[in-house]
Write a protein of this length. Structure first.
Length: 150
């Protein structure tokens, strides 16, 4: 009986939660932040969610490459100007363009990863999170009993 109660109370603990931070989706399970690799491993149990997260990870990779490259191209002329050199502002313009291209790609990652997690969570067994049994020790005459209310 106690095993069943423990199992029912922990079913909802497997749900993946989404939190937004600086325009990026962050995923948590059991209160711990998941890396992209951990998230992918968890979603393997749901084929549709797994395929969607793989596509989302590809978007994330491209957004990171473009964003970092753009940031470097913007930062280099600024550093040159601060250092007293002759900055090449064309590089900063190209970097800004790369950053602007990275933004919708990152948004696409956010949408796909959110959808993948929603598919995974929807596939979990549904057990009411309000299942909180109450145990009472009852005495009647010379008998002793335990009752469970939920």
């Amino acid at each position: 009986m106690f095993v069943a109660i423990f199992t029912f109370s922990n079913v909802n603990a497997q749900k993946i939660e989404l939190k937004k931070s600086f325009g990026e989706n962050l995923f948590y399970q059991n209160g711990e932040k998941l890396t992209n690799r951990q998230l992918t491993n968890i979603l393997k149990s749901n084929n549709e969610a797994f395929n969607l997260i793989k596509s989302a990870k590809s978007n994330y990779t491209w957004a990171t490459i473009l964003g970092v490259s753009g940031g470097a191209l913007v930062g280099f002329p600024i550093g040159t100007a601060v250092g007293g050199g002759d900055p090449k502002w064309e590089l900063a313009g190209a970097g800004a363009a790369l950053i602007l291209v990275a933004i919708p790609i990152l948004n696409n990652y956010n949408k796909k990863s959110k959808a993948a997690v929603a598919l995974y969570n929807a596939d979990l067994p549904t057990v009411s999170s309000s299942f909180k049994p109450v145990f009472n020790l009852n005495f009647k005459d010379v008998n002793l009993g335990i009752t469970m209310s939920f």
